[in-house]
Every structure is written in structure tokens, then in C-alpha cells.
Design a binder for this molecule. Structure first.
Ligand code: ATP
Ligand code: MG
Length: 342
């Protein structure tokens, strides 16, 4: 069976022959062993001590904190790079989220016996990694419950998700839960500086500050932005401006302009400003996040105002995730802000 991995919609072949220089940096610098995973000490201690008899696992926590990297590193340590190709099945549940995949592909793999290789290497079980398991349908999760139980002698599951609340209790109770926490500013800075050093990239300290602030603890995001920005600075230092530009971060004066339009209490002014900002191509999700952080720092908003705005933001975020019109959702937030402003 060929081994593959998928990363946010892109499929790469996992092959020793792929030149590392052609890989995106998040793959090139993905930790190869558990020793290279930062900031998840408790998780690593438990995993190292259960290597001989792994439980079913549920990894959860914010994006870009090392969940996928950890299970891949653990698999590599358990099986080695060759055996891993046949002993580990990695599925991205957001692409294969229905009950059919669980009933057929996962079940068939889970119940298949291990064909002992000549040297009988590795532990006596296989691993199925279900990445982004929070997008599995409820039916698929129900079906998985039985498969997990029935074939646990042969196969250990590692479910990975951001939102643990989307996993049904029956699955949670069959797994050991591992919480991945935010990596922290210093660990992020060290990792980004290390990559710059390896790639021969020069940068300003403020550039790393911007990467850390803008990515909000998501190391994958920060590395991707750095990777993109570096292509525009072959012979000079990577600047804050390039990071903002390549990451789609909205400039501070645009965010301030939105808040001042709300302060004007004029609906026409708000609509005109929001339309201009959306027409400039910024993403609504990015705009509303940055507006909200600005509101939190602005003394014109009291606690009650912030409660109201925060509550509205939750609704808007859900609507955007469901595909609602970006213009109307930003407009809706700015109107709420205007109503909740002294
Ligand atoms: N704890 C960590 N230690 C070292 N590098 C990390 C860590 N977390 C993330 N990274 C870096 O970020 C990249 C993405 O990490 P990974 O795919 O493991 O995140 P994730 O938690 O699975 O995120 P998501 O929830 O979005 O899938 C890795 O290639 C690695 O370079
Ligand atoms: Mg992941």
C-alpha cells in the first residue's frame, strides 16, 4: 500500500526520493522524532511510556500545535520509515467523512492481519490516523465505535481534531485524551529563527513578532507565511510589511477606519467603509478578528459593550463558516459595534 499524507487539501507523496528543497517548509521542518516536538511535555511523557501497548488516542487542541506531527513522529519511532508504509493508514476525515469510508476502508484495514515481515520488526499492531476527525458525520462516528472495539487487538486508532466537542461521548470514552496546548511565544520564536538560520534568511526582530502575533499561536500558519514572504526577499531582510501582505493581515489604518466609521453612528458611512474594505480583497474572517482585538483595547467600550459584541461575533463566525455573504457579516458586526459604543 502506498503511504500518503494530506495537508489542508494538498496531497503529497511520502517518499524518500522527494527533494527536501522542493517541499513546503511546514513539511520540510515537520519534527521527525518526538524529541523535536516543542511545548507538549505531558503528552510526550505519556506517549513514550505507552509505546509498547498504545491505547486508542484522541489528540485535540488548536491548529498548528503539533498534533499531526506527534502521531507521525511516534509512528516513525515505532515502525521505522519503511514499515510505517504498511502499518500506518492516514486518512483525512474532512475529505473522507462519511459512513462508507468507515465501513469499508477503515474497517478493512483495521481487521487485516499483520503480515509478518522476515525480521518480524515493530510492534504487533497497526495504527489508523483519522486526522480532522471532528468533521466525521455522527453516523460515521457511531460506525467507528464498533470497529475500534472489535479490532483493537490488531489496530490502534489516533483521532485528531480541533473541536473535541464534535466527537461523540462514546468515542471519547474509548480513547486516551491528549490535549495540545498553544506552543507559546518563545518556542515559536525559536522555531522560526531556526528555520531562518537553516534557509539563510535574514529578518528583523519585528518580523518574527508580527509572525507570532498574526498567527495567534498557530506555528503552521507562521511557517507558511514566512515561507511565502521569503520568496520576495532573496537578497534582503524579510520585512513586517511583506508578512502582512502575504498573510492577508489587514493594515492597522484600515481596521481603525472601520471602527471610526462605527463611531460616526452614520449607517451610510459604515456601509461605505465596509464595502471599500471588502472590495480591497481582505477576508471577512481576518477583518472581524482584527476588529475585535482592536475593540478590546479601545476605552470607548465598557464591559457590557464587549459582552454584546462578543456574543454577536460568535453568531457571525458561525455564519461565515456556513458560507454567508462576507460583506453583510462584516456590516452586521460594525453595526453592532456602533450600537455598543459611547
Ligand atoms: N509542537 C510543535 N513542535 C515543533 N513544531 C511544530 C509544533 N507544532 C507545530 N509545529 C510545526 O507546524 C507544522 C504544523 O504542525 P502540525 O501539522 O503537527 O499541527 P496540527 O496540530 O496537526 O495542526 P491542525 O490542527 O491545523 O491540523 C509542522 O510541520 C511543524 O513544523
Ligand atoms: Mg493536523
Amino acid at each position: 500500500m502506498s503511504s500518503f499524507f494530506q495537508n489542508k487539501g494538498i496531497t503529497y507523496t511520502r517518499s524518500a526520493k522527494v527533494s527536501t528543497s522542493s517541499l513546503p517548509w511546514i513539511e520540510k521542518y515537520r519534527p521527525r522524532s518526538l524529541d523535536n516536538i516543542s511545548a507538549q511535555e505531558e503528552t510526550l511523557i505519556t506517549l513514550r511510556s505507552s509505546k509498547d501497548n498504545l491505547p486508542h488516542m484522541l489528540f485535540y487542541g488548536p491548529p498548528g500545535t503539533g498534533k499531526t506531527s506527534t502521531i507521525l513522529a511516534l509512528s516513525r519511532e515505532l515502525f521505522g520509515p519503511e514499515l510505517m508504509k504498511t502499518r500506518v493508514l492516514e486518512l483525512n476525515a474532512s475529505h473522507e467523512r462519511g459512513i462508507d469510508v468507515i465501513r469499508e476502508r477503515v474497517k478493512n484495514y483495521a481487521r487485516s492481519f499483520i503480515i509478518n515481515d522476515i525480521n518480524k520488526k515493530g510492534p504487533g499492531f497497526k495504527i489508523i490516523i483519522l486526522d480532522e476527525a471532528d468533521s466525521l458525520t455522527k453516523d460515521a462516528q457511531e460506525a467507528l465505535r464498533r470497529t475500534m472495539e472489535k479490532y483493537s487487538e490488531l489496530t490502534r486508532f489516533c483521532l485528531i481534531c480541533n473541536q473535541v466537542s464534535c466527537i461523540i461521548p462514546a468515542l471519547k470514552s474509548r480513547c486516551t485524551l491528549f490535549r495540545f496546548k498553544n506552543i507559546g511565544t518563545e518556542n515559536m520564536r525559536n522555531r522560526l529563527a531556526y528555520i531562518c538560520e537553516q534557509e539563510g534568511i535574514s529578518y528583523y526582530q519585528e518580523t518574527l513578532d508580527e509572525l507570532i502575533k498574526g498567527s495567534q499561536g498557530d506555528l503552521r500558519k507562521a511557517i507558511t507565511w514566512l515561507n511565502n514572504a521569503s520568496k520576495l526577499h532573496i537578497n534582503d531582510k524579510v520585512t513586517v510589511e511583506t508578512i502582512k501582505e502575504t498573510a492577508g493581515i489587514v493594515p492597522d489604518d484600515v481596521i481603525n477606519g472601520l471602527i471610526e466609521s462605527a463611531a460616526s453612528k452614520s449607517y451610510d458611512k459604515i456601509q461605505e467603509t465596509v464595502s471599500d474594505v471588502i472590495a480591497s480583497g481582505y477576508f471577512a474572517k481576518q477583518i472581524i478578528e482584527q476588529v475585535f482585538f482592536q475593540v478590546l483595547k479601545d476605552l470607548r467600550f465598557n464591559e457590557k459593550h464587549k459582552f454584546n459584541i462578543g456574543e454577536r461575533l460568535g453568531i457571525i463566525d458561525k455564519r461565515l463558516a456556513d458560507g454567508a455573504c462576507e460583506l453583510f457579516q462584516v456590516l452586521s458586526l460594525m453595526c453592532t459595534i456602533s450600537e455598543n459604543m459611547d
